[in-house]
Design a protein around this ligand. Structure first.
Ligand SMILES: NC(=O)c1ccc[n+]([C@@H]2O[C@H](COP(=O)([O-])OP(=O)(O)OC[C@H]3O[C@@H](n4cnc5c(N)ncnc54)[C@H](OP(=O)(O)O)[C@@H]3O)[C@@H](O)[C@H]2O)c1
Length: 326
């Protein structure tokens, strides 16, 4: 650019030498357009004032109607979402391949994005077993063995705490943690938030009374899954294990209260101060299960159900870290 003259226009240097390359015909056409625009503008404005006003007004009215419609819709949606969120408690689990602290927030954000949520009510560490990070949720070696990862779960917990601080989750908790693993988190130096709950397998055949007492002493809620004895999926559950809802003692108590064994199994947990999960794909059963609040088991019957405990676990940790298709 040596020797080129510059024209300073709005502080943008335009090399004058470039005019040499301008096509004269294109420049003439452009000048003609510019001149007609300068001349036509007042005429256009006048016409717009005289003829265009009714149209402009109609357009403005349409635009304002549209704006009102969208504002109302947004308000409705906001109302709907806030009321739905008070009824529906949204909870997610942190998978075992995301235990490394640098992966936790990203995992949560990806899920929130997919669900189109701004936040979750509860986020829990699914199991206290870490697996090799990567796209495969059940990473296996060539011998079909799970590939584990070494992660200090206290660091995972710190990353969970950061998610809560960032407003991405209301509460954080754990699942399938035993007493020792809970203590590891509770005794962590600089602990900011303790787990609000521990979600574990719990039913009359595995009543978790010791873990329940420990959780209560630490003000941690115990949440029961497999409360109805699981779905008994052949892929997951040993079919030779006894079927909880066919237990004769549970059946006799159910008869006494004129309820189903399922309702008695759910009610048993509620009366112990346990948050109970149930799963059903049947409308009739979902409705039936909500009758859990309509009756009360006597102390004697609670003790009888306590007596059914045989420390029988339907699911193992290894099963939980492996999808049934594997
Ligand atoms: N944190 C963990 O590691 C973990 C592990 C397992 C499960 N969970 C959670 O626990 C929840 C509960 O699932 P689950 O697998 O443990 O099952 P569950 O609730 O113990 O049992 C579900 C089975 O019970 C049947 N059922 C439901 N209501 C019934 C009734 N009134 N009478 C008779 N049968 C009834 C259902 O059949 P129909 O569908 O045919 O009604 C289904 O087959 C799951 O949604 C999952 O989120 C968590």
């Amino acid at each position: 650019m040596m020797g080129t003259k510059f024209l300073q226009w709005d502080l943008v240097p335009i090399p004058l030498m470039q005019f040499k390359k301008v096509n004269v015909r294109r420049l003439q056409r452009w000048l003609l357009k510019l001149a007609s625009a300068i001349l036509m503008e007042p005429l256009y404005m006048g016409l717009r004032r005289r003829l265009g006003e009714p149209f402009t007004r109609r357009l403005q009215m349409e635009q304002s109607k549209e704006r009102t419609y969208f504002t109302q819709e947004r308000k409705k949606r906001k109302k709907r979402t806030s009321s739905e969120r008070t009824v529906v408690f949204e909870s997610l689990q942190l998978g075992s391949t995301f235990h490394r602290p640098e992966l936790v927030r990203n995992c949560l954000e990806q899920s929130l994005k997919k669900l189109k949520f701004d936040y979750l009510d509860l986020f829990i560490i699914h199991i206290p077993v870490s697996l090799k990070p990567g796209p495969d949720l059940s990473p296996m070696d060539e011998n079909g063995k799970l590939i584990f990862d070494i992660v200090d779960l206290r660091q995972t917990w710190e990353a969970m705490e950061a998610c809560k601080d960032a407003g991405l989750v209301k509460s954080i908790g754990v699942s399938n943690f035993n007493r020792r693993q809970l203590e590891m988190i509770l005794n962590k130096p600089g602990l900011k938030y303790k787990p609000v709950l521990n979600q574990v397998e719990c039913h009359p055949y595995l009543n978790q009374s010791k873990l329940l007492a420990f959780c209560k002493s630490k003000d941690i809620l115990l949440e029961a899954y497999c409360a109805l004895g699981s779905q008994r999926d052949k892929m997951w559950i040993d079919q030779s294990t006894p079927v909880l809802l066919e237990d004769p003692v549970l059946g006799a108590i159910a008869k006494k209260y004129n309820r189903s064994p399922a309702l008695v199994a759910l009610r048993y947990q509620l009366q112990r101060g346990i948050v109970v999960l149930f799963k059903s794909f049947t409308r009739k059963r979902i409705e039936e299960n909500f009758q859990v609040f309509d009756f009360q088991l006597s102390e004697e019957d609670m003790k009888t159900i306590d007596g059914l405990n045989k420390n029988l676990r339907y699911l193992s940790l290894i099963q939980l870290s492996t999808p049934p298709a594997c």
